[in-house]
Design a protein around this ligand. Structure first.
Ligand code: 13P
Ligand code: SF4
Length: 305
């Protein structure tokens, strides 16, 4: 049943000609209000297609909303809670990327979309966990400065002859670092018939024991097409919320109940209503940074077609 608060959000959304985009890690009540749910790549693609709306409300973390703004500098991009930051993105500054470029002048710079605007402005191309292999393959240079996520860099390395140099060298996601190989071993014993799927932000030894290493969107596609009906999910727990709603006949086990991205959970229905009502907080990116980053974003989208 739709609550008063949900009705208010739907009404405000129509009045303000807004669209709600939400990441797969959002809590159930936000997922239910989203016009579009997806992984980082799907959300970038959707943000680029939003022509007929004046406002984009982004229920995700800062770097996702910033990318939506870079693609739509003429629109208002709102985020229900401005504190929703991705700690990994804050592990690599623009200055660090510039310094790495000075040290390796012949290298290309490929940054995970989970990075700050000032770092994106120094990149040649971006990637997400859903297209990292394809993006790296598209790069001509033999050496690639890759960051901030070390684990994603290690995941891609075996698929290419190019030399991947991690920047800053210790970038990581604290949520996916929670998984250990013992968790996979335990899950294998407990659920012998289940596919064990892990996100590439997890450590290499954990990836090696899993059946599949996939982005959150990749997990959804795999499960949709799989003849199997049991899955161990090695990523943030609310992906299971989406899986249960889309494929309710299958069974899902979280690799770890405590794999929770705290900042993703800062958005609430109240904050979503208030942000639509007040048209703030808004996410912006300084013009100079947005102009310098757009090529890297567009190049990634081109490669992903
Ligand atoms: P996906 O692009 O796979 O959804 O990952 C985003 C993210 O932040 C994972 O932690
Ligand atoms: Fe960032 Fe990790 Fe949260 Fe993804 S799960 S938004 S990488 S902190």
């Amino acid at each position: 049943m739709t609550s008063e608060l949900q009705k208010e959000i739907i009404q405000l959304k129509e009045e303000k000609n807004a669209i709600i985009l939400a990441h797969n890690y959002q809590p159930k009540e936000i997922q239910e209000m989203a016009d579009f749910l997806g992984d980082s790549l799907e959300l970038c693609i959707k943000a680029k297609e939003v022509d007929d709306k004046e406002i984009i409300v982004f229920c995700g973390v800062d770097f996702m909303a910033e990318t939506a703004y870079i693609l739509n500098p003429d629109k208002k991009v709102l985020i229900p809670d401005l504190e929703a930051e991705c700690p990994m993105a804050h592990m690599l500054t623009g200055k660090q990327v510039k310094e790495a470029k000075e040290k390796y002048p012949d290298a290309a710079v490929c940054l995970y979309v989970n990075s700050l605007g000032e770092a994106k402005a120094e990149a040649d191309i971006l990637c997400t966990s859903g297209n990292a292999k394809k993006v790296v393959e598209s790069i001509e240079e033999d050496t690639i400065l890759f960051g901030p996520d070390n684990n994603l860099g290690e995941f891609v390395q075996p698929f290419t002859n190019k030399k991947i140099i991690p920047i800053p060298g210790d970038g990581h996601c604290y949520v996916h670092k929670l998984f250990h190989k013992e968790d996979i071993e335990d899950a294998r014993k407990k659920y012998p018939n289940a596919d064990i799927i892990i996100h590439p932000e997890s450590n290499k030894d954990v990836q090696e024991l899993a059946d599949y290493v996939l982005s959150t969107g990749g997990m959804l596609s795999h499960i949709k097409d799989s003849p199997n009906d049991e899955f161990v999910i090695g990523t943030e727990v609310d992906l299971i919320t989406r899986l249960k709603s889309e494929f309710p006949d299958k069974t899902y086990y979280p690799l770890l109940e405590g794999a929770i991205c705290k900042t993703m959970k800062l958005h609430t229905l109240e904050k979503l209503r208030d942000c639509l009502k007040n048209e703030k907080p808004a996410i912006t990116v300084p013009e100079e940074i947005a102009e310098k980053s757009i090529n890297a974003v567009e190049r990634m989208l081109e490669v992903s077609k």
